[in-house]
Design a protein. Sequence first.
Length: 190
Amino acid sequence: MSPEKDAVVTVAGLMALAARTAPKGKGIDTIFIRVVSGKELRELAKRLDSLGNERGIGFFRRDAGNLAGSDVCVLIGARGSSAAGIDCGGCGFLSCAEMAAEFSTRTGKPAFFAGPNCAVRMADLGIAVGSAVKTAQIHNVDNRVMYSAGVAAMDLGLLGPDCTAAYGIPLSATGKNIFFDRESRQGAGK
């Protein structure tokens, strides 16, 4: 491995640390984190490309190309079914108990993410992702937050059965940022 690639792996670990220690609602951690590389990263890119083909979503296929060209990918998800217990209504239900009851009645595989999700837990996920991306930026590692990579990770079960929403952050260290000037693929407008 080159010094740059070694550094990217180190930064991925620091990103995981930043996501883990990011503030969480009521101090309860419902965040899932995993760093994938090598064979796992190739499988993730392949599944994302397949999902793009199956669903006719061009940007999934484009993002799959970015994943395949990355050194590692940091996956961050949350257990959104874990209500914060403050009855804020952010999820669309009058109480956390109503949200939890609705979640427990859902059967089958969701479109992409499972829900309903606690708004506080989704905010926790956003803060964790932001903290991780900030860490990558501080260390000059090119990255991109990808909803699509989170979808593929959940589809493959990489963050476990309790993860209800996730994002992927692929990382790269090259002379030109691979996440800019990205080629469109068929159906990219979808």
